[in-house]
Design a protein. Structure first.
Length: 158
């Protein structure tokens, strides 16, 4: 199966990057699972897996250290745009994120970036509304103890 090219678009900073090294492990109309190495390796972050939930508007990633131990789950709130003509899928990061640590601690981060993006005119009100709804739906599932349900497909590849 030929997969379209996968791009990550960021609002802050304004950039769109081809994820040329991401390996697509699974693709259907609702979900994509990828395996990747960190674009900009950090002290702890080395590689990971991601599951994009296209209709729900979020991506859940498992961040791993070099030794293969789980650093944490990182959840991005996203939107997507598919271009059949150009065979590309652009995933836009809508700024709000959720970090889930192995001990179960949940942190919601970067909400201030949404306000900054609104002030700069870099994000539309409709995108903010979509982001807040997706964030709420994701948090409800996490707080209901359904993280394993969300990560099951991705976990089958890890």
């Amino acid at each position: 199966m030929d997969y379209p090219l996968l791009y990550r678009k960021r609002i802050i900073p304004n950039e769109c990057i081809l994820l040329k090294d991401d390996l697509i492990l699974f693709w259907d109309s609702d979900r994509i699972v990828t395996k990747w190495n960190a674009l900009k390796p950090k002290k702890d972050l080395h590689h990971g897996y991601s599951c994009y939930f296209l209709q729900e508007g979020y991506k859940i990633s498992k961040f791993y250290r070099l030794d293969g131990s789980l650093l944490y789950y990182y959840c991005d709130i996203i939107s997507h745009e598919y271009s059949a003509d150009w065979q590309k899928l652009i995933i836009t990061d809508l700024l709000a994120d959720v970090i889930i640590y192995p001990d179960g601690l949940v942190k919601v981060v970067d909400l201030d970036e949404i306000a900054d993006a609104l002030d700069m005119g870099a994000i539309a009100q409709s995108q903010v509304k979509s982001a807040m709804r997706s964030l709420n739906n994701l948090l409800v599932r996490i707080y209901d103890g359904r993280l394993r349900e969300l990560t099951a497909l991705m976990d089958s590849f890890c």
